[in-house]
Write a protein that binds this ligand. Sequence first.
Ligand SMILES: Nc1ncnc2c1ncn2[C@@H]1O[C@H](COP(=O)(O)OP(=O)(O)OP(=O)(O)O)[C@@H](O)[C@H]1O
Length: 253
Amino acid sequence: MNKPIFELKNVTVLGNKNSSNVTKILNNLSLTINDGDFITVIGTNGAGKSTLLNVISGALAIDDGIILHNGRDITNLSEEEHTKFLSRVFQDPQLGTAPRMTVAENMLLALKRGERRFLVPRKLKQNRERFLKLAKMMHNGLEDRMDTFTGNLSGGQRQALSFLMAILKKPDILLLDEHTAALDPHTSQSLLNATREIISQDKITALMITHHLEDALNYGNRLLVLKQGKIIADLDHNAKIKLTTDDLYRYFE
Ligand SMILES: Nc1ncnc2c1ncn2[C@@H]1O[C@H](COP(=O)(O)OP(=O)(O)OP(=O)(O)O)[C@@H](O)[C@H]1O
């Protein structure tokens, strides 16, 4: 524990660069993510939460600062190179899965994240038990739809599959960008519980953006509050368990 896996040092991201109205979307932000951290991230609309995840995933280049992965400077590493050690689940159930492939085929492709990918039927057979076991952990009938095209799944099942695809090959960091926000309350809760169970079982380091203050308190061992491109609170487990949603709400005032 407490081994830094990912470090952002004095990271600034500018907006409206080609205008006279340049803004700092991330403003001299520093963050150390330690091995095994499960960090929930909250903040007002426009605080910079998605931008932070875009920077960590390599989708967005920074304008100033340094980014380290296991001590290696990866500030200029391409997004594709990032996929070798990092995965992300988005809010939109349409993203993240190939609709004309079956659930099992999608899972097989995910096993090869960051590598050249071919579908080998023999490998599907070899991995079927493991895929089924994982699908059962989602508690939404996904295990009965292993040979269904993902385009025919419910939103909740597709999002559960996106999550499983993100963890099948254990990432150094898992980024969850409001991954349950488009789901109904029951389905959302069920996916969150499965998320916690698998993150804990596989000891995955994760960052999860949420707009639900209760979820931010109930999940993870650490909580970040972002405001205007800065981290205004970085609360560890001991600080977090003493807080109520009302305490968190004050950060939004
Ligand atoms: N390419 C860009 N150029 C200029 N401004 C941008 C750009 N991308 C994002 N922004 C602005 O940066 C700010 C942060 O956006 P970001 O999407 O990171 O916020 P967020 O905290 O994820 O918000 P939300 O909760 O609404 O999803 C917003 O004001 C947004 O309009």
